[in-house]
Design a protein around this ligand. Structure first.
Ligand code: CP
Length: 344
Protein backbone atom coordinates (compact mmCIF):
# COMPACT_ATOMS: atom_id res chain seq x y z
CA UNK A 1 0.00 0.00 0.00
CA UNK A 2 2.86 2.35 0.82
CA UNK A 3 4.09 1.80 -2.73
CA UNK A 4 0.72 2.76 -4.20
CA UNK A 5 0.56 5.86 -2.03
CA UNK A 6 3.97 6.96 -3.23
CA UNK A 7 2.94 6.36 -6.83
CA UNK A 8 -0.15 8.48 -6.46
CA UNK A 9 1.80 11.20 -4.76
CA UNK A 10 4.49 11.25 -7.44
CA UNK A 11 1.91 11.44 -10.20
CA UNK A 12 0.00 14.28 -8.55
CA UNK A 13 3.25 16.13 -7.96
CA UNK A 14 4.12 15.71 -11.61
CA UNK A 15 0.73 16.99 -12.68
CA UNK A 16 1.24 20.11 -10.57
CA UNK A 17 4.45 20.81 -12.40
CA UNK A 18 6.73 18.48 -10.49
CA UNK A 19 7.17 21.08 -7.77
CA UNK A 20 7.55 18.33 -5.21
CA UNK A 21 10.60 16.64 -6.70
CA UNK A 22 12.85 15.49 -3.95
CA UNK A 23 10.02 14.50 -1.61
CA UNK A 24 9.47 11.25 -3.47
CA UNK A 25 12.32 8.81 -3.77
CA UNK A 26 12.10 5.18 -4.77
CA UNK A 27 14.78 2.62 -3.99
CA UNK A 28 16.00 2.21 -7.56
CA UNK A 29 19.46 3.46 -8.42
CA UNK A 30 19.92 2.36 -12.04
CA UNK A 31 17.78 1.42 -15.06
CA UNK A 32 19.72 -1.32 -16.84
CA UNK A 33 16.94 -3.62 -18.08
CA UNK A 34 13.38 -4.54 -17.09
CA UNK A 35 14.25 -7.96 -15.66
CA UNK A 36 14.74 -6.47 -12.18
CA UNK A 37 11.59 -4.33 -12.35
CA UNK A 38 8.43 -5.47 -10.61
CA UNK A 39 5.09 -5.00 -12.32
CA UNK A 40 4.24 -2.37 -9.68
CA UNK A 41 7.42 -0.50 -10.47
CA UNK A 42 6.64 -0.43 -14.19
CA UNK A 43 3.17 0.88 -13.32
CA UNK A 44 4.83 3.55 -11.21
CA UNK A 45 6.94 4.75 -14.15
CA UNK A 46 3.83 4.87 -16.37
CA UNK A 47 1.92 6.84 -13.75
CA UNK A 48 4.74 9.36 -13.47
CA UNK A 49 4.90 9.58 -17.26
CA UNK A 50 1.24 10.74 -17.27
CA UNK A 51 2.20 13.82 -15.28
CA UNK A 52 5.23 14.37 -17.50
CA UNK A 53 3.11 14.15 -20.63
CA UNK A 54 0.88 16.88 -19.25
CA UNK A 55 3.96 19.08 -18.80
CA UNK A 56 5.12 18.18 -22.32
CA UNK A 57 1.80 19.38 -23.73
CA UNK A 58 2.00 22.83 -22.15
CA UNK A 59 2.75 26.02 -24.05
CA UNK A 60 5.80 26.55 -21.85
CA UNK A 61 7.48 23.18 -21.43
CA UNK A 62 9.65 23.87 -18.41
CA UNK A 63 9.65 22.85 -14.75
CA UNK A 64 12.27 23.33 -12.07
CA UNK A 65 11.99 19.75 -10.79
CA UNK A 66 15.60 18.84 -11.55
CA UNK A 67 17.12 22.32 -11.36
CA UNK A 68 20.70 22.02 -10.16
CA UNK A 69 21.00 18.44 -11.43
CA UNK A 70 23.34 17.38 -14.22
CA UNK A 71 22.60 14.61 -16.70
CA UNK A 72 25.30 13.37 -19.06
CA UNK A 73 24.49 11.32 -22.14
CA UNK A 74 27.41 9.34 -23.55
CA UNK A 75 26.75 7.58 -26.83
CA UNK A 76 29.21 5.16 -28.40
CA UNK A 77 26.67 4.40 -31.14
CA UNK A 78 24.50 6.54 -33.39
CA UNK A 79 21.05 7.58 -32.16
CA UNK A 80 18.38 10.12 -32.96
CA UNK A 81 15.32 9.25 -30.86
CA UNK A 82 16.92 8.06 -27.64
CA UNK A 83 19.65 10.68 -27.37
CA UNK A 84 17.48 13.67 -28.28
CA UNK A 85 14.55 12.55 -26.13
CA UNK A 86 16.78 12.18 -23.06
CA UNK A 87 18.16 15.65 -23.75
CA UNK A 88 14.67 17.08 -24.23
CA UNK A 89 13.44 15.26 -21.09
CA UNK A 90 16.28 16.54 -18.91
CA UNK A 91 15.98 20.11 -20.17
CA UNK A 92 12.21 20.27 -19.63
CA UNK A 93 12.80 19.16 -16.05
CA UNK A 94 15.31 21.96 -15.58
CA UNK A 95 18.43 19.77 -15.45
CA UNK A 96 21.66 20.68 -17.19
CA UNK A 97 22.18 18.14 -19.95
CA UNK A 98 25.61 17.51 -21.43
CA UNK A 99 25.97 15.30 -24.49
CA UNK A 100 29.14 13.34 -25.14
CA UNK A 101 29.66 11.44 -28.37
CA UNK A 102 32.48 8.93 -28.40
CA UNK A 103 33.75 10.20 -31.74
CA UNK A 104 34.24 13.73 -30.43
CA UNK A 105 35.72 12.75 -27.06
CA UNK A 106 39.00 11.42 -25.74
CA UNK A 107 37.71 7.93 -26.60
CA UNK A 108 39.24 8.76 -30.00
CA UNK A 109 42.60 9.06 -28.24
CA UNK A 110 42.19 5.59 -26.77
CA UNK A 111 40.67 6.42 -23.38
CA UNK A 112 39.01 3.36 -21.87
CA UNK A 113 35.29 3.15 -21.06
CA UNK A 114 36.05 3.04 -17.33
CA UNK A 115 38.35 6.05 -17.39
CA UNK A 116 35.85 7.95 -19.52
CA UNK A 117 32.91 7.44 -17.17
CA UNK A 118 35.05 8.00 -14.04
CA UNK A 119 36.17 11.30 -15.57
CA UNK A 120 32.57 12.30 -16.20
CA UNK A 121 31.53 11.30 -12.69
CA UNK A 122 34.34 13.40 -11.22
CA UNK A 123 32.55 16.44 -12.69
CA UNK A 124 29.72 15.90 -10.16
CA UNK A 125 26.93 14.52 -12.31
CA UNK A 126 23.67 12.98 -11.15
CA UNK A 127 22.80 10.58 -13.98
CA UNK A 128 24.72 8.98 -16.83
CA UNK A 129 22.77 7.82 -19.87
CA UNK A 130 24.87 5.41 -21.90
CA UNK A 131 24.55 3.64 -25.25
CA UNK A 132 27.29 1.17 -26.11
CA UNK A 133 27.77 -1.48 -28.81
CA UNK A 134 28.88 -4.08 -26.24
CA UNK A 135 26.17 -5.96 -24.35
CA UNK A 136 26.69 -5.47 -20.63
CA UNK A 137 28.69 -2.23 -20.84
CA UNK A 138 26.14 -0.24 -18.73
CA UNK A 139 26.31 -2.95 -16.01
CA UNK A 140 30.10 -2.63 -15.94
CA UNK A 141 29.78 1.14 -15.64
CA UNK A 142 27.11 0.90 -12.91
CA UNK A 143 29.34 -1.43 -10.90
CA UNK A 144 32.08 1.20 -10.81
CA UNK A 145 30.14 4.45 -10.30
CA UNK A 146 28.02 5.98 -7.54
CA UNK A 147 26.07 7.94 -10.19
CA UNK A 148 22.76 6.57 -11.50
CA UNK A 149 23.24 4.78 -14.82
CA UNK A 150 20.54 4.47 -17.49
CA UNK A 151 21.02 1.95 -20.28
CA UNK A 152 20.11 3.64 -23.57
CA UNK A 153 20.81 0.44 -25.53
CA UNK A 154 23.69 -2.03 -25.10
CA UNK A 155 24.66 -4.27 -27.99
CA UNK A 156 22.05 -6.93 -28.61
CA UNK A 157 21.07 -7.06 -24.94
CA UNK A 158 18.61 -4.44 -23.70
CA UNK A 159 16.87 -1.14 -24.33
CA UNK A 160 14.72 -0.70 -21.22
CA UNK A 161 13.44 2.83 -21.78
CA UNK A 162 12.28 1.85 -25.29
CA UNK A 163 10.27 -1.00 -23.75
CA UNK A 164 8.84 1.32 -21.09
CA UNK A 165 7.70 3.82 -23.72
CA UNK A 166 6.23 1.02 -25.84
CA UNK A 167 4.30 -0.36 -22.86
CA UNK A 168 3.16 3.16 -21.98
CA UNK A 169 1.95 3.78 -25.54
CA UNK A 170 -0.09 0.57 -25.63
CA UNK A 171 -1.59 0.97 -22.14
CA UNK A 172 -2.62 4.56 -22.65
CA UNK A 173 -4.13 3.88 -26.10
CA UNK A 174 -5.68 0.46 -25.53
CA UNK A 175 -5.78 -0.17 -21.77
CA UNK A 176 -3.95 -2.71 -19.64
CA UNK A 177 -1.58 -5.08 -21.41
CA UNK A 178 -2.86 -8.06 -19.49
CA UNK A 179 -4.37 -10.55 -21.95
CA UNK A 180 -3.54 -8.44 -25.03
CA UNK A 181 -1.98 -10.22 -27.99
CA UNK A 182 1.24 -8.48 -29.00
CA UNK A 183 2.90 -9.68 -32.23
CA UNK A 184 6.61 -8.85 -32.52
CA UNK A 185 7.93 -9.40 -36.02
CA UNK A 186 11.52 -9.53 -37.25
CA UNK A 187 15.00 -10.00 -35.84
CA UNK A 188 14.20 -11.41 -32.41
CA UNK A 189 17.73 -12.76 -31.88
CA UNK A 190 19.72 -9.53 -32.14
CA UNK A 191 17.11 -6.93 -31.25
CA UNK A 192 17.62 -5.33 -27.84
CA UNK A 193 14.20 -3.73 -28.29
CA UNK A 194 12.59 -7.16 -28.67
CA UNK A 195 14.40 -8.56 -25.63
CA UNK A 196 13.41 -5.75 -23.26
CA UNK A 197 9.86 -5.70 -24.61
CA UNK A 198 9.42 -9.46 -24.26
CA UNK A 199 10.52 -9.22 -20.62
CA UNK A 200 8.44 -6.14 -19.82
CA UNK A 201 5.30 -7.17 -21.68
CA UNK A 202 5.25 -10.66 -20.13
CA UNK A 203 5.58 -9.03 -16.69
CA UNK A 204 2.52 -6.93 -17.53
CA UNK A 205 0.57 -10.09 -18.45
CA UNK A 206 0.54 -9.77 -22.25
CA UNK A 207 0.33 -12.72 -24.64
CA UNK A 208 3.52 -12.12 -26.66
CA UNK A 209 3.84 -13.92 -30.01
CA UNK A 210 6.99 -13.55 -32.11
CA UNK A 211 7.79 -14.36 -35.71
CA UNK A 212 10.97 -14.08 -37.73
CA UNK A 213 13.37 -16.08 -39.88
CA UNK A 214 14.58 -19.19 -38.01
CA UNK A 215 18.14 -17.82 -38.26
CA UNK A 216 17.03 -14.74 -36.32
CA UNK A 217 15.28 -16.53 -33.44
CA UNK A 218 17.04 -17.05 -30.08
CA UNK A 219 18.02 -20.57 -28.95
CA UNK A 220 14.96 -22.39 -27.58
CA UNK A 221 12.55 -20.42 -29.81
CA UNK A 222 11.08 -23.19 -31.98
CA UNK A 223 8.45 -22.12 -34.53
CA UNK A 224 5.01 -23.46 -33.59
CA UNK A 225 5.85 -23.83 -29.88
CA UNK A 226 5.82 -21.90 -26.62
CA UNK A 227 9.14 -21.21 -24.86
CA UNK A 228 9.03 -23.71 -21.99
CA UNK A 229 8.96 -22.86 -18.30
CA UNK A 230 12.36 -22.42 -16.73
CA UNK A 231 13.92 -21.09 -19.93
CA UNK A 232 14.71 -17.45 -20.64
CA UNK A 233 11.59 -15.78 -22.07
CA UNK A 234 9.31 -18.58 -20.86
CA UNK A 235 5.74 -18.28 -22.10
CA UNK A 236 6.62 -16.42 -25.30
CA UNK A 237 4.77 -18.00 -28.24
CA UNK A 238 6.74 -18.57 -31.43
CA UNK A 239 4.50 -18.54 -34.48
CA UNK A 240 5.14 -20.92 -37.35
CA UNK A 241 4.22 -18.20 -39.85
CA UNK A 242 4.10 -14.44 -39.70
CA UNK A 243 0.36 -14.48 -40.55
CA UNK A 244 -0.30 -16.64 -37.50
CA UNK A 245 1.52 -14.14 -35.26
CA UNK A 246 -0.44 -11.17 -36.60
CA UNK A 247 -3.89 -12.82 -36.72
CA UNK A 248 -6.17 -11.24 -34.09
CA UNK A 249 -3.32 -9.18 -32.60
CA UNK A 250 -4.04 -6.05 -30.57
CA UNK A 251 -0.61 -4.70 -31.43
CA UNK A 252 1.81 -5.42 -34.26
CA UNK A 253 5.35 -4.36 -33.44
CA UNK A 254 7.74 -4.41 -36.37
CA UNK A 255 11.48 -4.56 -35.68
CA UNK A 256 14.23 -2.93 -37.70
CA UNK A 257 16.15 -5.30 -39.90
CA UNK A 258 19.81 -4.65 -39.28
CA UNK A 259 21.43 -4.83 -42.69
CA UNK A 260 24.66 -6.16 -41.21
CA UNK A 261 22.77 -9.40 -40.43
CA UNK A 262 22.57 -10.05 -44.14
CA UNK A 263 26.35 -9.74 -44.43
CA UNK A 264 26.67 -12.28 -41.61
CA UNK A 265 24.51 -14.75 -43.58
CA UNK A 266 21.47 -14.63 -41.29
CA UNK A 267 19.21 -13.32 -44.04
CA UNK A 268 18.79 -14.46 -47.62
CA UNK A 269 18.09 -11.10 -49.28
CA UNK A 270 16.17 -8.03 -48.20
CA UNK A 271 13.68 -8.63 -51.02
CA UNK A 272 13.04 -12.17 -49.81
CA UNK A 273 12.79 -10.97 -46.20
CA UNK A 274 10.25 -8.38 -47.26
CA UNK A 275 8.19 -10.99 -49.09
CA UNK A 276 8.24 -13.54 -46.23
CA UNK A 277 8.09 -11.28 -43.16
CA UNK A 278 7.47 -7.69 -44.29
CA UNK A 279 4.45 -6.08 -42.61
CA UNK A 280 2.22 -4.74 -45.37
CA UNK A 281 -1.43 -3.73 -45.67
CA UNK A 282 -2.60 -7.30 -46.42
CA UNK A 283 -0.88 -8.68 -43.33
CA UNK A 284 -2.08 -5.86 -41.06
CA UNK A 285 -5.67 -6.73 -42.09
CA UNK A 286 -5.24 -10.02 -40.21
CA UNK A 287 -4.87 -8.15 -36.91
CA UNK A 288 -7.81 -6.67 -34.98
CA UNK A 289 -9.37 -3.76 -36.92
CA UNK A 290 -8.17 -1.27 -34.31
CA UNK A 291 -4.75 -2.87 -33.83
CA UNK A 292 -1.85 -0.52 -33.14
CA UNK A 293 1.06 -0.60 -35.55
CA UNK A 294 4.39 0.11 -33.84
CA UNK A 295 8.06 0.36 -34.81
CA UNK A 296 10.90 1.56 -32.54
CA UNK A 297 12.67 3.28 -35.46
CA UNK A 298 14.68 3.91 -37.43
CA UNK A 299 12.66 2.16 -40.17
CA UNK A 300 13.75 0.56 -43.40
CA UNK A 301 10.58 1.39 -45.32
CA UNK A 302 9.88 -1.14 -48.02
CA UNK A 303 11.87 -3.83 -46.19
CA UNK A 304 10.39 -4.77 -42.80
CA UNK A 305 7.43 -2.39 -43.16
CA UNK A 306 5.63 -0.92 -46.15
CA UNK A 307 5.29 2.86 -46.41
CA UNK A 308 1.47 2.54 -46.46
CA UNK A 309 1.56 0.79 -43.09
CA UNK A 310 4.28 2.98 -41.56
CA UNK A 311 2.31 6.13 -42.32
CA UNK A 312 -1.17 4.62 -42.30
CA UNK A 313 -4.10 5.21 -39.93
CA UNK A 314 -3.08 2.49 -37.47
CA UNK A 315 0.50 3.66 -37.11
CA UNK A 316 1.41 5.06 -33.68
CA UNK A 317 5.11 5.36 -34.48
CA UNK A 318 5.22 9.12 -33.88
CA UNK A 319 3.21 8.72 -30.66
CA UNK A 320 5.95 6.34 -29.51
CA UNK A 321 8.50 9.10 -30.06
CA UNK A 322 6.45 11.68 -28.12
CA UNK A 323 5.78 9.23 -25.31
CA UNK A 324 9.52 8.49 -25.22
CA UNK A 325 10.14 12.00 -23.93
CA UNK A 326 7.49 11.67 -21.20
CA UNK A 327 8.73 8.24 -20.10
CA UNK A 328 12.36 9.40 -20.04
CA UNK A 329 11.31 12.46 -18.01
CA UNK A 330 9.72 10.05 -15.53
CA UNK A 331 12.84 7.88 -15.37
CA UNK A 332 15.21 10.84 -14.90
CA UNK A 333 12.92 12.35 -12.29
CA UNK A 334 12.61 9.14 -10.31
CA UNK A 335 16.34 8.45 -10.30
CA UNK A 336 17.51 12.01 -9.69
CA UNK A 337 14.93 12.60 -6.95
CA UNK A 338 16.37 9.52 -5.26
CA UNK A 339 19.86 10.97 -5.60
CA UNK A 340 18.67 14.22 -4.01
CA UNK A 341 17.37 12.32 -1.01
CA UNK A 342 20.55 10.28 -0.76
CA UNK A 343 18.63 7.02 -1.14
CA UNK A 344 20.27 3.61 -1.21
N1 CP B 1 14.58 3.38 -31.08
C1 CP B 1 15.84 3.86 -31.00
O1 CP B 1 16.62 3.46 -30.14
O2 CP B 1 16.15 4.78 -31.94
P1 CP B 1 17.53 5.59 -32.00
O3 CP B 1 18.60 4.59 -32.42
O4 CP B 1 17.32 6.67 -33.03
O5 CP B 1 17.83 6.11 -30.64
Amino acid sequence: MAHATKSGYASKAAARGIQQAGLWAGPRRHVLDLDDFTRAEIDEVLLNADGMKEVLGRGVRKTPALRGKSVVTVFYEASTRTRVSFEQAGKILGADVINVTADASSVKKGESLLNTVRTLEAMQIDALVIRHPHSGAPYFVAAHLDTSVINAGDGTHAHPTQALLDIYTIERMRGKLSGKKIAIIGDILYSRVARSNMIGMRKMGADVVVSGPPTLLPPGFKPGTVVPEGQPFEGIRVAARVEEAIEGADVVMVLRIQRERQDAGHLPSLREYSREYGVNVARVKLAKPDALLMHPGPMNEGVEISSEVAHGPQSVIEDQVTNGVAVRMAVLYMLCARARNGGS
